[in-house]
Design a protein around this ligand. Structure first.
Ligand code: COS
Length: 378
């Protein structure tokens, strides 16, 4: 098995790493502290082609593939997890539109997501009473002439207040199409009439990302993909999205490990650096091993998707392992830093808060286990 990166993959990784180190990392603390949406950084990411990494070049994207996307996501998350989730959702929205949109939809929205005309894209599936079970959604859409009109509420929508375009799911089926079968997918433009943005959530982590509830009150949308075929679009998008969140978790955990190593070499106790104690060495060894295992799972899922093979269960394994690994590794990083690890001044505290949601969004660990178990049982 050859794990060597292609020229394109190595270049995308290096481009993302340079920008993350030079521009994003120095601002990460302030973005978190001030809950500041990083407009200027997102513009910079778009200029580097990182807001549509796996969208074809013919639609304005980078066409660099899924492995490149996963590597870029790791680098950005290593610097700032809030910026990374905004980038992840925008990339996912660009891919969904590139895959299911009409030529007109693709040409407008993919290009604007890729070139930064849209600062971000949003993915509006969850509702106040339908998160893990999107088949239970209540938002409806009805046709009025050529247009579709949506009514309902969406919850926890990343970048909702700033998105140029959102993919929004709603019920279109009659009584005979209950559950997952009667759901369609729509494109709603930012600022559309009838789209009301609620107050930004006050979150534990990812405080620089924007998370809002939406109210759809006679909101106009355009059908994306087939009528009543929306649930599959959501599932396919989330399969790919889970590779992005795995990579985000890996990036956060890698930052936590690197800071732990630095601290373990500098901090002295009982007359020597704490890194010379076996208690610290074993912790660092476990952190590194889990991190590399998560990276390999992410690379496998990304390679399968890139090769056009089935990757749903592998993406779930990757997301399950990487997100839970990140919480453990970031928790260990706080422990290694001792009292300082609990202080806002040290990044270890932010990493733990940022990592925590990765076991929840884009499918909880419990949902990932459902997907993996179904595929294992056949
Ligand atoms: N790709 C394509 N199609 C898929 C699919 C996938 N990965 N997973 C399921 N489908 C299809 C099924 O084949 C089925 O099609 P038919 O109606 O033609 O038989 C349909 O979708 C319904 O599938 P299923 O019966 O498995 O749906 P469930 O309601 O049992 O849901 C889970 C399955 C739990 C896996 C799904 O609801 C899920 O992923 N939930 C989490 C949602 C999530 O991640 N939310 C976070 C939102 S973003 S923060």
């Amino acid at each position: 098995m050859d794990l060597t990166l292609s020229e394109t993959q190595a270049m995308v990784q290096q481009t993302a790493r340079d920008f993350a180190t030079r521009v994003i990392a120095p601002k990460a603390h302030e973005i978190d502290e001030e809950e500041r949406f990083p407009f200027e950084i997102l513009k910079g990411l778009a200029e580097l082609g990182l807001m549509a990494v796996n969208v074809p070049e013919s639609l304005g994207g980078s066409g660099a593939g899924v492995v490149s996307y996963a590597l870029a996501m790791q680098e950005v998350a290593h610097a700032c997890a809030s910026t990374a989730v905004t980038m992840a959702v925008s990339n996912m929205v660009g891919e969904v539109i590139a895959h299911f949109g009409t030529d007109a939809q693709k040409n407008v929205h993919c290009r604007k997501l890729a070139n930064g005309d849209y600062v971000a894209g949003s993915f509006a599936l969850s509702e106040p009473e339908a998160g893990s079970d999107p088949g239970g959604m209540r938002t409806t859409a009805r046709q009025e002439g050529d247009a579709w009109v949506l009514d309902g509420a969406k919850q926890w929508i990343t970048s909702g207040a700033h998105a140029g375009v959102m993919v929004v799911w709603a019920r279109t089926g009659g009584l005979e199409l209950k559950g997952t079968r009667g759901i369609s997918c729509f494109l709603v433009e930012g600022g559309a009439k009838g789209l009301k943005i609620g107050r930004a959530e006050d979150k534990m982590g990812l405080r620089g990302s924007n998370t809002v509830p939406l109210e759809l009150d006679g909101c106009r949308g355009e059908l994306l993909g087939q009528l009543n075929g929306g649930f599959k679009i959501a599932m396919m998008a989330l399969d790919g999205g889970r590779i992005g969140i795995s990579s985000q978790a890996i990036g956060i955990a890698r930052a936590a490990l690197e800071e732990s190593v630095r601290y373990a070499k500098e901090r002295k106790a009982f007359g020597k650096p704490i890194g010379e104690f076996q208690a610290m060495q074993w912790k660092l060894a476990d952190m590194k091993t889990q991190l590399d295992a998560a990276h390999l799972l992410a690379m496998r899922a990304a390679s399968l998707k890139e090769a056009g093979k089935n990757f749903s269960s592998e993406a779930s394994m990757s997301k399950l392992f990487a997100s839970e690994m990140a919480v453990r590794v970031c928790n260990d990083a706080v422990q290694i830093h001792g009292g300082y690890g609990y202080m806002r001044e040290f990044p270890a505290e932010r990493h733990l808060r940022d990592a925590r949601v990765t076991t929840i969004y884009e499918g909880t660990s419990e949902v990932q286990r459902i997907v993996i178990a179904r595929s294992t049982l056949g």
